[in-house]
Ligand binder design. Sequence first.
Ligand code: SF4
Length: 337
Amino acid sequence: MSDPVQPLIEVKNLKTWFPIRTGVFSRVTAHVKAVDGVSFQLGRKETLGLVGESGCGKTTVGRSILKLVDPTEGSVRFDGQDVLASEGADLRRLRKRMQIIFQDPYGSLNPRMTVGSILSEGPRIHQMGNDSEIRKMTEYLMDRCGLDAVNHINRYPHEFSGGQRQRIGIARALSVEPEFIVCDEAVSALDVSIQAQIINLLLDLQDEFGLSYLFIAHDLAVVEHISDRVAVMYLGKIVEEASSDDLYSDPRHPYTKALLSAVPEIRPGQRKDRIRLEGDVPSPIDPPPGCTFHTRCPSAGSRCRTETPRGFDVGEAHRSHCWLEDAGGVEGEALQA
Ligand code: SF4
């Protein structure tokens, strides 16, 4: 039986490194450190927004939690169960409770199957009812997701618009009655007005089915409305985490400030000067020493180039990994000398 106090998801020091092989003998000569020591918790019916530039490792975090890729180190617990140690039937049972919605639902929808067949496939595999029960559930989910079952159940994915296909992706995730869904850039490819409709649908479904979401996006404006808490990632690490309110009203990490400054008027009266970051994101194969953001950070000091900043509590459940929060500041060693 589920413990209502225990977090639904507990991720500790998660590392997912992909080996790079070269030469005739395919020797491992380096690693892409896609996720490099990520920890967080997610409560029941809670939404954590995971934000960062493309290539920062946020998608790999989502896939690692579902064990769609094999993490190198760390632990993931779902409702107290060790996900990374689960295999076979245990893992299948877990996967029914943990689903994913992709950025491009079209790529993940079988073009030769009707929507009705796509949505009933999971319930059939998991033996969730007889044919007529599954049909009823499929029709309910289609209507609930705004797809009008009567007219659309026998249609094929190519007959739908991008927004409708995302609704099919959502209905398919819901068809196996999950408790947790990774929304991986689920609205990023959609027009702004459709984005808002899909986010409102996800909020309604969260209320109705008691869902928890890990909502992955590269744009802070997109996650604000849906997230209870937000974690900002840079080069495989979480650099700041806070409640949605705190993060948007009092960002502390220079990277979060830069991302927020790029969002046009996120809240009335909060327009800030755009902070332009110099240079490109460094390679995750050979990340910079010290604070990995120091090569682009406008506030970097000598300490940032050699010492990895630890996390500092800067408010209630608000944590920033930056030497600016330390008494020694970004020139810590010089001050202490
Ligand atoms: Fe910038 Fe230094 Fe803070 Fe890193 S630790 S974000 S380089 S000020």
